[in-house]
Design a binder for this molecule. Sequence first.
Ligand code: SG7
Ligand code: ZN
Length: 270
Amino acid sequence: SKDEWDYSIQNGPSTWVTKFPMAAGSRQSPVNIETKRAESDHEALSSKPLRWKYPATASRKLVNPGYCWRVDTAGEGTFLSGGPLMDDVYKLEQYHCHWGCSDSRGSEHTVDGQAFAGELHLVHWNTSKYKTFGEAAKASDGLAVLGVFLKVGKTHEEMDKIARLLPYVSHKDEVVEITEPIDPGKLLPDDNGYWTYLGSLTTPPCNESVTWILFKKYIEVSHHQLNIFRNLRKFPRGEECPCHENHGAVINNFRPPMPLGNRVLRECGS
Ligand code: SG7
Ligand code: ZN
């Protein structure tokens, strides 16, 4: 159908442009972060430190949309501002994750050509300028996504709350209420250094509306936790698996890097 897309050979990233023309734009994401190209313009970025606040009750529902897991949040009380966002106040809409079939790939952004095992995205929208998420998603300064790289190591306690709920949403369109508080702030690394550039949503319709803020420091999750992500299914419960590939597992749900072109990559902190 018209807005069908996925990560397969037939409907994957290289085909998105036929149904979603914005995917061919010059401000697309993800990109490869060439660390040597990053400009450290301290005046502009560090004069206003990046600040966020997420109440522990912000995480409401865990969803399997068939191509990732996603936590929908109650925006009230959430807050992201400063850094490249200046004085505009952004609210958290949702957070979700991208991962691979093995621990050697899975992130969307790469750093000097290196992929990570996964990438967590906290999606925010500009409430200073727009009335709804939908309106913000169409504006060039409408969205801000915090990106966190996942590396395989020790078990992440906060991420484990999500991993423990994932079996309840193993199939597409399943939803579970979050009762034990999950604090998205605890999913961020302990160092605030970041890279930032202007880009897009990494999935169709690939709107060029995102200020990307990627933490330089990764977080660790265990191999077992990633395997729980890889157990999600792309098809609804009770339906026959439509694909003979990987038992319909949600894996390799990342878009490959797009050209940075003449966009500016800035950095703040180490
Ligand atoms: C994931 O990434 C989902 C999408 C999200 C998309 O596929 O979380 O959200 C929903 C509602 O399923 O799209 C509009 C939107 O947030 C792109 O987000 S991303 O650029 O941060 N990867
Ligand atoms: Zn994402």
